[in-house]
Design a protein around this ligand. Structure first.
Ligand SMILES: Cc1cc2nc3c(=O)[nH]c(=O)nc-3n(C[C@H](O)[C@H](O)[C@H](O)COP(=O)(O)OP(=O)(O)OC[C@H]3O[C@@H](n4cnc5c(N)ncnc54)[C@H](O)[C@@H]3O)c2cc1C
Length: 391
């Protein structure tokens, strides 16, 4: 007879590990299958920026709840997340000023520590910042970034301490059903059973859903990150910057480096086979993003290129995840498609998914916004005052 669990999770990224932790905390017997290593997908390569600047209430609430977890990680999860609080600045075009103001008002209403500041105040926080094209900026003093590998491994370790079992380098290659209900999964090494199976396979989410004949709109898309060595005059870490004018984000990284990437809807077009794509950074990308960073932060003209890498976003048509029971009453669930902004939400998503799987009647976060049917219904998630793909 196959070994029996309460829940089988496919994928040990931040979503799989955070959900395993929450389920194990509730006393459930959990098995996690990971085809490579913990955090080997998007999660371990994440820029791991932790900000609250979202354009709808649910995601902003989830980001705030997650921030509190990152701030008290040792108590809330156990282990380390490497959370560094050095502030987050949002700059957007003058035409988006009303949207920025409205967003900040909504975020303040739910308790986010954020404020509209003048260009001069932004420059005082980050001397050297180019402000001639700004009408205002948003500033979150409590935000920053985490260490993605420390974070994911901490969730996995705490889940293990609570009894979850991890099967690493074991790809799920088959999902079995008994009539309309899930029965279990097969890897090349074993078959195990559970009445609930969660697909948290990130960029492989559509492939895993296809194993049970369900089509989900999640594309694996290649995205790049470049590093730049800051000159000694800029040795002190700078705040995280989201620059919607130059469609760029950048943050400090250890070793006097700055890490930079794009905030660009066209990244959804770079669909690649998730197991076979170029993981090196392109030279053109490094040159382009370097110029964008210099435009916003001219002292970086003295910086030096320090390489980079490419990884995957799991992008859905509205840049929001799918968190749902894929076949009603079957026990087959999904939590994937986080479209380049899921890392910071990881602690809240683990809670939301665990409450969905255990059918909690009064969940802290209602997942219905993220149901698969929204695409067929023409009810895609739209931020109230969305001015980019900020979520
Ligand atoms: C370069 C980059 C920068 C980012 N920056 C940020 C940021 O600053 N802030 C932010 O909030 N978010 C950011 N993100 C997004 C964030 O990292 C992702 O949304 C998040 O990590 C997704 O986690 P996941 O668990 O859904 O997927 P993943 O981490 O990809 O995990 C899925 C796992 O499933 C495994 N798997 C797949 N198929 C199978 C199978 N059949 N059997 C067993 N295992 C399987 C994979 O090996 C993988 O480990 C960034 C992402 C990237 C790539």
């Amino acid at each position: 007879m196959n070994k029996q669990y309460d829940v089988i999770i496919i994928g040990a990224g931040i979503m799989g590990c955070s959900t395993a932790f929450q389920l194990a905390k509730r006393g459930l017997k959990v098995a996690v299958f990971e085809k490579q290593a913990i955090g080997a997908g998007s999660s371990g390569k994440s820029s791991a920026i932790i900000r609250q600047h979202y354009s709808n209430k649910l995601t902003a609430r989830m980001a705030l709840h997650s921030l509190r977890v990152f701030q008290n990680f040792e108590d809330e999860v156990g282990g380390e997340s490497g959370f560094t609080q050095n502030g987050f600045l949002v700059v957007s075009a003058a035409k988006d000023h009303e949207g920025l103001q409205a967003n900040i008002a909504m975020q303040q209403e739910i308790g986010v520590n954020t404020q509209l500041i003048s260009p001069q105040e932004a420059q005082a926080l980050m001397p050297g910042l180019e402000i001639s094209d700004l009408k205002a900026a948003a500033y979150e003093p409590e935000s920053g970034y985490a260490d993605p590998n420390l974070t994911v491994n901490a969730f996995a370790n705490s889940a293990k301490v609570l009894g979850a079992e991890f099967f690493l380098e074991e790809e799920v290659i088959g999902i079995r059903f008994d009539g309309d209900k899930v029965l279990g999964v097969d890897s090349p090494k074993r078959s195990v059973d559970a009445p609930i199976i969660l697909n948290s396979a990130g960029p492989w989410g559509a492939r895993v859903a296809a194993m049970v004949g369900i089509d989900v709109p999640i594309d694996p898309c290649r995205v790049q990150v470049a590093f730049f060595g800051r000159p000694n005059a800029l040795a002190a870490d700078h705040p995280v910057v989201a620059d919607f004018i130059h469609s760029t984000y950048f943050r400090a990284e250890t070793g006097q480096l700055t890490l930079a990437g794009l905030i660009d809807p066209s990244e959804a077009e770079a669909i690649v086979p998730p197991d076979d794509f170029l993981e090196n950074v392109d030279q053109d990308f490094t040159l382009d993003i370097g110029e964008r960073v210099i435009k916003r932060y001219p002292p970086m003209e003295q910086s030096s290129s320090r390489g980079g890498y490419a990884s995957l976003y799991a992008i859905t048509p509205d840049w929001h995840p799918i968190i749902d029971e894929l076949i009603p009453e079957s026990g087959f669930f999904i939590s994937a498609g986080f479209s380049g902004h899921g890392f910071k939400l990881g602690p809240s998503v683990g809670l939301m998914t665990a409450e969905l799987l255990t059918a909690k009647s009064d969940p802290l976060f209602d997942p219905s916004l993220f149901r698969l049917a929204r695409f067929a219904e023409g009810k895609e998630v739209v931020g109230q005052y969305e001015y980019s793909i900020a979520g």
